[in-house]
Ligand binder design. Structure first.
Ligand code: SF4
Length: 370
């Protein structure tokens, strides 16, 4: 029997009367009749005066497009970079994660839906920040990287760009975790200021995207190719959803995309789903399923396949693809960089150069010592 989703939380819709003109959107075109066309994501919403786009946080006010959620954060948390499905950039490094609200997708199983879906975002959980305040928080906590995450930071574009650019003056790095449903112009702007991309590809099936995410697949793949061509650091994750994407067809299409269009060195994280939002009738993804996906990827020639949302298994660890030596051990979100890997990411046993970069032992906490 199919599940009928009946939310037991209040819809707020508090911000429908917003007329905040503090930040004009960076990517849009003016249209006849005082309309605007947003150029941030492939929807390219056309808005008449007073109207918002699909994401609900960008609004036409007087013939100009404004980013209504500029500087408004819901979550601000210090955590580890592995939380973002990034294993090859400063392993174990602490990040300052920031989330906003609104989204340009609406995934049935969204795990952040009380923020990503605008109508359920509670005003009690929304705080105003300036770029300077964010940077000061990171510096005072001795954190060297900002992570734009939780809801899709795509719709927080202007604040992400401004803060990332400013933060570089203070030596901070920036991570952008996104479903990458963006225009190529937007990706081009992000590449100028972001250091690490954590790209979530939901599935390799167009019908799936339309039905379960309300987006579409081709721009996501093209944006991923764009980042790959740019030489930036990126890793891919695929949420393996019980009953939807826990099958060999999905795994093989994902694997082939990586091998054909990206690189065998590209890290892929097959991540376990847990029931949430409108998709509550299926169980958490069994560990065996993501381990099977990982094994399939490895057999096909991908050098660094991982599993995610797991705690104690081989699928979390980094092994030398040449000699099999254990280089980085992980237990949940704890990371232990072994002496087997050099600061420059080489296997000390066989000399194989891995893609792991910025190994920074100086920021390690006592609990990281293995
Ligand atoms: S970012 Fe929002 S307003 Fe802009 S095109 Fe996408 S959904 Fe529409």
């Amino acid at each position: 029997m199919s599940h009928v989703w009946t939310p037991d939380v209040k819809k707020y819709n508090l911000h429908l009367e917003w007329n905040d003109t503090s930040k004009e959107a960076y990517l849009y075109e003016k249209q006849p009749g005082n309309k605007v066309r947003c150029c941030l994501c492939p929807r390219r919403c056309v808005m008449a005066p007073g109207k918002t786009g699909f994401c609900k946080v960008r609004k036409n006010i007087g013939g100009k497009l404004f980013a209504q959620s500029y500087g408004k954060a819901t979550h601000v948390t210090v955590e580890r970079i592995e939380t973002e499905a990034i294993h090859h950039y400063n392993p174990g490094g602490r990040i300052l994660s920031l989330g906003n609200f609104g989204c340009n997708l609406d995934c049935d199983y969204c795990q952040n839906w009380m923020y990503s879906q605008f109508e359920y975002s509670s005003p009690e959980h929304i705080y105003d920040y300036s770029s300077k305040q964010v940077i000061d928080m990171a510096i005072s906590d001795n954190v060297k990287m900002l992570s734009w995450t939780y809801n899709d930071p795509a719709v927080w574009f202007e604040f992400v760009i401004d803060t990332a650019r400013e933060s570089k003056k203070f030596g901070l790095k920036n991570l952008f975790k996104s479903a990458f449903f963006l225009t190529s112009e937007a990706v081009g702007e992000l590449i100028k200021v972001i250091d690490v991309f954590a790209i979530s590809i939901k599935a390799m099936d167009e019908e799936y995207y339309k039905k379960f995410t309300k987006g579409w697949l081709p721009p996501v793949l093209e944006n991923t190719r764009q980042v790959h061509r740019s030489g930036m650091h990126y890793e891919i994750s695929n949420l393996v959803v019980t009953g939807l994407t826990n099958n060999n067809d999905n795994y093989d299409k994902m694997i082939n995309f990586i091998l054909d269009d990206l690189s065998p060195e590209t890290a892929i994280h097959f991540t376990r789903f847990h029931p949430d939002y409108k998709y509550m009738d299926n169980a958490k993804t069994p560990l065996e399923d993501v381990m099977a996906a990982r094994a399939r990827a490895r057999a096909a020639g991908i050098k660094y396949p991982y599993v995610g949302n797991a705690f104690d298994c081989d699928g979390l660890n980094t092994y030398c693809p040449s000699c099999g030596e254990l280089l980085i051990r992980r237990y949940g979100l704890n990371t232990y960089v072994k002496p087997a890997i050099s600061d420059s990411g080489k296997c000390n046993k066989c000399g194989c150069q891995t893609p792991v970069i910025h190994i920074d032992q100086s920021g390690r906490q006592p609990e990281d010592i293995d």
